[in-house]
Design a protein around this ligand. Structure first.
Ligand code: 6GU
Length: 257
């Protein structure tokens, strides 16, 4: 996969040299280039922002440097990249979107700062390539840089060959609409806290059942929105026993009143 990142703070992306993302780059699984937006400014102050039309606080990123950056990074021949713009006004970033992005041959991230990028940059880009505005959640960051680090970590670990054990992708939180059960390692007794006996029993059927029960109860407690999104048929009689007292499933999930 090829990835280009444009930002006024290229130094933010130093962590992408480390650990498994760094290794994916060294191996060529990920071909990543970070570009300084100011490369495409031509005044002595290398200006990237200006005051907003209509008034109001803060500054807006000017369209000209962005237009030139996209011209330089979008191949004139061959397929256009998918343009990703991190912004608190974007659609929520989810594991499903991470899977979608991991299947793309070329991603281009445009990191906005201040109050955002002049809308015409995105409208013009959308005439030439798919554009996705994406948000990490309901809070506001200074700019898109940290969001790109998050998105790149979520996407890179889904690329073929990056994780040693691909099976762990199938069992992890958000893979099947439930949070993962708690995990334990040695020693069996630590500061008065024991590892649940079932996990030391060697009975794989009971262990799987225990993990599913814990997943269901944990999801009901912490992420009732996720459990509410699951159709009632998803839950068998063992699941219903595990969910006793949690308020799930709800009548709106198709159960008899
Ligand atoms: Cl993707 N960008 C910014 N600037 N703020 C955010 C965000 C993104 N997601 C949540 N807040």
């Amino acid at each position: 996969m090829r990835v280009d990142i444009v930002s006024i703070f290229p130094e933010y992306f130093a962590p992408l040299e480390l650990s498994l993302i760094g290794r994916a780059r060294a191996r060529g699984t990920l071909q990543l280039d970070v570009h300084d937006l100011r490369t495409w400014t031509h005044d002595v102050h290398r200006t990237v922002d200006d005051t907003p039309y209509g008034g109001g606080p803060g500054m807006v990123m000017r369209p000209e440097p962005w237009g030139q950056a996209l011209d330089a990074l979008v191949p004139a021949d061959g397929p256009a990249p998918r343009l990703l713009v991190p912004t608190p006004t974007g659609a929520p970033f989810t594991q499903a979107l991470a899977h979608e992005l991991a299947a793309e041959p070329h991603l281009l991230f445009a990191c906005g700062r201040y109050e955002g990028i002049d809308q015409r940059v995105l409208d013009h880009a959308a005439e030439r390539m798919p554009v996705t505005e994406v948000s990490l959640g309901d809070y506001v960051l200074f700019g898109g840089e940290v969001a790109v680090l998050v998105i790149m970590e979520a996407v890179t670990r889904l690329l073929p060959g990056v994780l040693g054990n691909a099976g762990s992708l199938d069992e992890e939180s958000h893979a099947h609409g439930l949070l993962e059960a708690p995990v334990y390692t040695k020693p069996p007794l630590w500061r008065g806290h024991e590892v649940p006996a079932v996990l030391r029993s060697g009975d794989h059927g009971r262990i799987a059942r225990w993990r599913r029960d814990e997943s269901l109860r944990r999801t009901a407690g912490r992420r009732p929105d996720m459990l509410a999104a699951m159709p009632a048929e998803t839950f068998d009689k063992h699941d219903l026993a595990a969910l006793q007292g949690t308020g799930f499933p709800q009548s709106s999930q198709g159960m008899a009143e």
